[in-house]
Design a protein around this ligand. Sequence first.
Ligand code: BGC
Length: 733
Amino acid sequence: MKRNILTIILLVTCNISSFSQTRQPLYKDKNAPIEDRIENLLGLMTLDEKIKQMNQWTYGQNANPNNIGDKMKAVSPLIGSLLYRSTHPEYRNQIQKKAMEESRLGIPIIFGFDCIHGYRTIFPISLAQACSWNTDLVKKSCEISAKESWLSGLDWTFSPMLDVARDARWGRVSEGYGEDSYATSQFAIAAVNGYQGANLADKYTIAACLKHYVGYSLSEGGRDYHYSDVSMQTLWETFLPPFEAGIKAGAATVMSGFNDISGVPASANHYTLTEILKEKWNHDGFVISDWGSVRNLVEQGVAKDKKEAGMKSFLAGVEMDMVDDVYVDYLPELVAEGKISMTAIDEAVRRILRVKMQLGLFENPYVDVVSEENRYLLPEYLEVAEQLASESMVLLKNDNQTLPISSKYKNLAIIGPMAKDSINIMGSWEGMGRPEDVETIYEGLEKEFKNKADLHYAKGCDFDGDDRNGFSEALKAAEKSDVVIVFLGEKKNWSGENGSRSSIALPKIQEDLVEELLKAKKPIILVLSSGRPLELIRLNKLADAVVEIWQPGTMAGSAVAGILSGRHNPSGKLSITFPQSTGQIPIYYNMRESARPTLGHYQDIPRDPLYWFGHGLSYTTYEYSNIKLSSTQIKRSETLTAEVEVTNSGDIDGKEAVLWFIKDPVATISRPMKELQFFDKKFIKAGEKAIYRFEIDPMRDLSYVDSFGKKHLEAGDYFVIVNEQKISFQIID
Ligand code: BGC
């Protein structure tokens, strides 16, 4: 072993001396091939320099109460990465200058941050974005986030989150794209393309990070950070596909999760991190651990101390250690002891340097400094934010066409704790969003109904607690109005990280407020802002109309007011099922059929959930007709086109998302009751129609994956399902 160390020292010394003799080392030549530049640089680096590349430090005040790290006092020029929580590009450039000019080799730092649904312009939470079924708009929102982030000093965001989530008790359902793996994959692609653009080296683009790899959303009982029992079938069928899609789209980095995947924690899992990600999918970027998830291996009981945790995590395939300093503290010893080879260290550093090279950081280490007015909240950004927010909102119920608000209504009661809120309405992980940037719902309504109707506001009650003192004022406002609009919902920290809840119902005080308002005998419109599906078994019955607006962000006011007035025709459809009650969890559209399908359901609630995945009403009506297939029998190698004609038969223009499902009724392994395989959203003018097409590629769309990741396409009967209508075809040998 001593000999090994000596050889390493000698090699490094040789390289260092060859470095000093050369004026412009190859790695600084931007015209040389990236791989050659990396090899050249690796050859010049000491072990210490290499290990520092593999650590991420934190700068700035931590806004996430779950992650209170040590505040970094001085920034060493040698660090690999910084979690940068400042909005100052000048300061980033100053830190970067130190790295470029004061470190021996001038290796740039990569600056990362959680820009999850916007940086300063805050878009709706990801769960909501998925309800828009508009991947173009989601991509645009990510482009804007990237631009605002880059101009604030960032190269990298820890987004998108691709945890397919089916347990709404888990607060982090808000951060992902819902319960379906295919939908999540499509939004993964949109987000990666939006953040990374055509070329990562371009200005205004940032590296994406697919997280949390993998199976995190299956935390037992929805308790955050807990054990997740993930079968190999579920891993391959449900959790891996969005990550694979993101990798194929070119995502530069991946974050390993906190969760323990059936006994082998995600941050020490060689199978997922190396065998699948690097060897099967050929990912050539790097993996960063989640905040402290390396040292957490000790708590999880697979490492006796931090040193062993570092070794396990590194050997499994985590190249960068977020924040907990395990790598800087212990990798030198582990290398000296021969437990980790220099070859492995080199491969890890190579991956980190590759991303830095791809970002163009070596030749363009600094970001442009422009004024805040030219950086944030530009009118075109706000337009996208409003559009995405309005397309994300889901009209769950609309009895007697209570919505849009009729022009004959001259007095509107505006009740509830969410009406004037500017904090919770942004949701968790609100980037650098500020309450003062938010247009509250009340402000939006004032603008929308100016000279058309009078608003009568009363808060009624708080989000929780038992203070009913505001009820009488709220009832008075309701009595003098033609219609009562109640704005209820969740505080932002009730969902998101560490936001698990044993019940997904709103606190009783909010339900009681609605009961009280019934006394006014006016139509009731319920507007709900939440980071998860809610238990609406009681509230739904009390309201004439219900709209789920999620956590819409900066443009909440205009988007909500537009939906209520009819300026925006609702086009959102649920990306996650609303159960009848918390006890009905898990319930999701693509479950497997039970052995006795009519039996076994909970006796005390209806069998179906309150609102299925895909549910969402509009102010117009759409008729689906002429559903046809190009053939009813195809060979495995042939393709098939499914087509449907959708007519906007109402008198309002609208956008309709068509969701195409596949069902394989008999296969070697049981298949879900139906599986989403394609979706498309189009604008259809009132009275006009549009043709929607789904080009079926049998291997891609009809096959199933087994528990080893192998795809199988079987001959037999299949169904295409659109708008609950089924049409059958066969695959023949
Ligand atoms: C979260 C990640 C996040 C990281 C950095 C962790 O606690 O789980 O999603 O990217 O913190 O802020």
